[in-house]
Design a protein around this ligand. Sequence first.
Ligand code: ZN
Length: 466
Amino acid sequence: MLLAAIGIGSLQIAGAWGAAPLPPAADQQLARDMLKTLIEINTTHAHGSTEAAKAIQGWALTAGFAASDIVFIAPPDQPTKGNVIIRYRGKHRGKPVLFLGHLDVVEAKPEDWSVDPFAFTEQDGYFYGRGTIDMKDGDAALAESLIRLKRERFVPERDIIVAFTADEEAGGDSNGPAFLLREHRDLIDAELAINLDGGGGNLKNDAPFYFEVGTSEKTYVTYTLETTSPGGHGSLPGPDNAIYRLGDGLSRLEAYKFPVLLTATTRASFEALASVDPGPASADMKAVAGTLPDLAAAERLSHNVRLNALLHTTCVATLISGGHAENALPQRARATIQCRVMPGDTESNVRAQLLGALNDPAIGVTLDAPPIVSPESPPTPQIMGKVAALAHSMWPGVPIVPTMATGFSDDRQTRNAGIPSYDVSGVFQDIDENRAHGRDERVGVRAFDESVEFTYRLLKAMSRSK
Ligand SMILES: [Zn+2]
C-alpha cells in the first residue's frame, strides 16, 4: 500500500454517495464470498500467499479458464510465496494489459484489534479484517470480474493478464512481480500495468470528494553516516567526540531543505486540487503548479507534512548508535538516513545535497544499497481520459487527480522494467481514514460493492487498445 491521499480542503462535490451502479446481485454476493475466503486465509509474511493463490486458481478453473492459462508459480526455494497469473485471451496479438494485485498482508495482532483480524466481520456498514482495504478487496474484485466476464462470454480485444502476487508488503523485490519479471517475464509482459494497490476515491462528509490515479511514486535510498574519534577514559573529555560531531551534522541536516522539485504528475495534482478545494491553500497550489513554480508558495505549502513530501526529496535520520561503554569516550557513532527521492531525482544528486547539508568532511557517508529506479508513468490525456470516463460512468463529475505516492509499491518493479504503470482502484474511503497496515482495517460494504462493478468495467475498458 502506498500513501497518496492529500488531506486538505473542505469542499465536497455534488452527487449522492450510494447512487452508483452495483454488480448483479449474484456477482455482488460472489465477490463478498471471495473477499471472505481471502481474508480468512492468513497471508502474512510468515504464512505466505500460496494458499490464497491456489484458491484463486481453483475459482478460475471452475469458471472455465483453460488450465494452461492459469499459471501458479512460486520461487523454487520459497514454496509458500506463490503467485497465480491468469491470462484472459483476446482477439488479437496486441501487447496485453496487466492487472496487479498483491495477496500478502501486513501482520496483525489479534490483541490489538476489536475484532479477529483473520475473520471476516460485517459490522455497521463495514467489512472488517486484515487486507479488507490493502488489498484483498481489489483481489476479490479482480477475481470476480474475470469470472463474470467469462460467464458473459466477453472477448477482449487484447489479452488481459491478471497477476495475483506475493510479497509486496515484505519489500516486493524477491518473490512477487520482481521474481516474475526476472524469471518469467513472458507471463506478465504487457504494454501497460494497472495496479489496484493505489489510487481510488476519497470521501469527504460521506460524499465523493476526488478520485486519484497514481502515476508515480517516490523511491528510497538509505545511507549510513559514520564518525570516529580517538576515544579514551570518560573522565577526560576533549574537543574531538564522534557523538557530538555526528549530532551537529544531523542538526544541520534537519534544518536543510531540499530544493523544490515538480513532476508532470505533481504539477497536475496541485492544479487539480486547487480547483477541487477552494480553501486557503488553493492560490498557493495554483502558484506552484505554474511553469515557474512560486517558491514562496511552495514554502508555505511545505508546512503541511504531506505537501512537503510532494514538493521535495526528503532525508531523515531513522536510526542512531554510538559509543561502546558507559564510562568511555566514543570511538564511533553511526546514523541511518533514509531519503525519499522524487521521480527524476538521482542518487548522486541526493548524495551531493546530503554532503552539502552535513558540511563536514569527517562525517563518512556510505550508500546501503543502490536504489530501485521508479520513473514516472506520464499522466497522458489518453490514460487519464479513459479512467475519467470510467469513473464518471459510476460517480458523475468526480474530479480526477493524478497523484504521486510518497511510499512505494510493486509499481517500481514494473515501471523499472519499462512497463508504464497506473494505480487505479474503485474503492472509496474517507479521506481521513488510514487503517491500512493498522488496527481494525475495514472497507465500506457499499464502497466494496461499487468497486466490484468498477473493476469489471475497468477490465473491459482497458482491454481495448485505443
Ligand atoms: Zn498494498
